[in-house]
Design a protein around this ligand. Structure first.
Ligand SMILES: Cc1cc2nc3c(=O)[nH]c(=O)nc-3n(C[C@H](O)[C@H](O)[C@H](O)COP(=O)(O)OP(=O)(O)OC[C@H]3O[C@@H](n4cnc5c(N)ncnc54)[C@H](O)[C@@H]3O)c2cc1C
Length: 429
């Protein structure tokens, strides 16, 4: 292994690592440089996460992407996104032979509706550009080499490799069976970086057995979800909630979950409250209710509620509250009406736990963005080390935002590492 020397080693062949490898090689070709680029991954087969993404269709990006779609240092995120906007992603994929289509939700997918199209295009482009791809090379240690030459020594399961510069793109902790098990954070930490506490994000949530979620499994409804941490509202959002056999999922729950998990990990008291009538306050709902009772006094409670929510949900909620859904509106005791209105507009969801790393789509937390030069993705602490993708402390909402982050950071790192090699006069011509 004494001769296993490369100019640039990219560690992690997920979305960010594949993009970074391609952009490094393309930038080098433009500069007339011939760089030896190595892409290492611990997994035996590449791209498992890309293949399962977007329900097997890979939601590559979103038609509009702004820093407010992400959590983390938004000033830095804004700069990164501006460097490689959505149109750049669309054009880049077109250049790889992958045309994207935009759906009504704003999500962009390959026209083939197959994640495999995306993975194949990325891997083929790497090969065309001469990037050496080595799966089954799990990195255990990265050491900085002392002396005038500098560089890094990479210890992996197949031996030792030397590289002048490194792009660390080992992802986060979500879906650990794909190879992204959080060890990359340890590599970054040993190189001198901090790592902000991590928590599962974009994850479904498990509810206490006493709730009626099982009766409604498979049903979605529009709700407003409010997360309160230590008595302060930290997030409020409206969207579709999906009832499941274990609890709740759906876009609004997935997007809000990071607030619940982060607070839970820190041991902070956290509450998740749902308004099942997102367009109405409790008072507006009360007035509507009174009007219904006056206009149709003999109509049953569930039939009345069915004007606002599904009848099945109305029945489940009434049963949960111990109120008969068959009660005529005029016969409903005031106490029950008030309990019902409170439950409809401010229902406290008894969350037991999140579904964990096997179900979380992304990781909240990671290497602080402040420790990176956002123009180049180079570490401010370790010259020659670049970071890209989910390993950084930035997580996007559901809808293609996390991949956009991977492409954008990959582009910045790839371009910058090539430029720095030229500046160092290190590359073979
Ligand atoms: C089920 C699911 C569906 C998703 N769907 C979407 C979607 O449709 N749209 C979207 O925008 N986002 C989606 N995401 C999120 C998105 O997949 C990630 O944000 C993105 O893949 C992160 O890219 P990355 O390259 O930074 O990390 P990863 O894709 O996690 O890749 C990291 C790579 O590094 C390798 N690695 C880790 N440690 C080592 C080591 N020590 N040595 C060598 N190699 C190592 C891993 O094997 C892995 O291949 C989804 C995630 C999941 C789990």
């Amino acid at each position: 292994m004494g001769n296993d020397r490369h100019d640039i080693a990219v560690i992690g062949a997920g979305a960010a690592g594949l993009a970074a490898s391609i952009f490094t090689a393309e930038a080098a070709a433009k500069e007339g440089l011939s760089l030896r680029i190595l892409l290492l991954d611990g997994a035996k087969t590449l791209g498992a996460k890309i293949l399962v993404s977007g329900g097997g269709r890979c939601n590559v990006t979103h038609d509009v992407v702004t820093a407010t779609d992400f959590f983390g240092n938004r000033h830095i995120i804004k700069n990164v996104l501006a460097a490689f906007p959505v149109q750049a992603t669309i054009d880049w994929f077109a250049s790889l032979g992958v045309d994207l289509k935009c759906e009504e939700t704003g999500k962009l997918f390959p026209v083939t509706d197959k994640a495999r199209t995306v993975l194949t295009a990325l891997v083929n482009r790497c090969q065309e550009l001469g990037v050496v791809i080595r799966p089954d090379h799990r990195v255990a240690e990265v050491a900085c080499l002392a002396g005038s030459e500098g560089g890094f020594l990479i210890h992996h399961t197949q031996g030792v490799t030397q590289a002048k510069k490194i792009i660390l793109a080992t992802g986060g902790r979500s879906l650990p069976k794909t190879g992204s098990d959080g060890f990359g954070y340890e590599l970054a930490r040993r190189l001198g970086h901090h790592v902000h506490a991590t928590a599962p994000a974009l994850t479904p949530l498990v509810l206490d057995e006493t709730v009626f979620h099982k009766d409604l499994s498979g049903i979605s409804q529009e709700v407003e979800l409010t997360t309160t941490v230590q008595g302060q509202i930290v997030d409020r959002r409206t969207g579709s909630l999906l009832w499941t056999h274990f609890g709740i999922s759906g876009p609004v729950v997935m997007d809000a979950s990071r607030f619940w998990t982060s607070a839970h990990e820190k041991g902070e008291p956290v509450d998740l409250c749902v308004n099942f009538l997102p367009a109405l306050t409790q008072e507006a709902a009360r007035q509507w209710f009174m009007k219904q009772a006056a206009g149709s006094p003999r109509r049953s409670l569930t039939k009345t509620l069915a004007h606002l929510v599904t009848e099945r949900f109305a029945e489940s909620l009434c049963r949960y509250l111990g109120i008969s859904g068959q009660t005529a509106m005029a016969q409903l005791p005031r106490k029950d009406r008030d309990r019902l209105l409170a439950a409809l507009t401010k229902f406290r969801l008894p969350v037991q736990q999140d579904r964990g790393w096997n179900y979380a789509e992304v990781t909240a937390g990671g290497v602080p963005l402040e420790e990176i030069n956002f123009r180049t993705m180079e570490s401010k602490l370790v010259p020659g080390l670049y970071l890209a993708g989910e390993i950084l402390d930035c997580d996007g909402r559901i809808g293609g935002f996390n991949f956009q982050w991977a492409w954008a950071t990959g582009w910045l790192a790839g371009k910058a590492v090539s430029v720095s090699m030229r500046a160092d006069g290190e590359a073979r011509r």
